[in-house]
Write a protein that binds this ligand. Sequence first.
Ligand code: ZN
Length: 190
Amino acid sequence: MSTLAPLPFETPATAQDHQVMREQLGREMRGVVSIARRCGCGRPAVVRTAPRLEDGTPFPTSLYLTLPWLTLELSRLEATGLMAELTERVQQEEGLAAAYRAAHERYLARRAELGDAEEVRHVSAGGMPTRVKCLHALAGQALAEGPGVNPIADEVLPLIDGVLPELLCRCEDAAPAPEAADSDDAEEPR
Ligand SMILES: [Zn+2]
């Protein structure tokens, strides 16, 4: 197996990160290996997870987007029907298809660094390699790996303010749901 360059933005996950992820998701983030990308404010944006969770469940989405404002923006884009259009292009444009397949292979190789889950050995995320089914998963890969890896995410992310070239903080845009705001000591100092 060839060795990949390290993920460019990967940092350890702290206890504080686990608390922030709990607020972001409204539940415990499981299988956390590291933080693959952070928001401009330092909060986790993409979490790297183990191919298999503690209870043995295979978990193919190993670069998992947790950042609420970006999750919301991508959901808005998904609701526009953009994915059907992108899937059609992946199936028609040879160059795009090849680059998208390479992103799929990269996803599998990156996840294999953390171990094997044979049930999902050939399953990446987001619909790769032939369909566009989840922009969140594709964005997770692109933000963790940097530009030039996932061609679909590289097209979609510039449509959202503040994502490229740096992930500027827009956390104040996406206020946490009231039920998730159960801890008043978890806010980062500003
Ligand atoms: Zn932020």
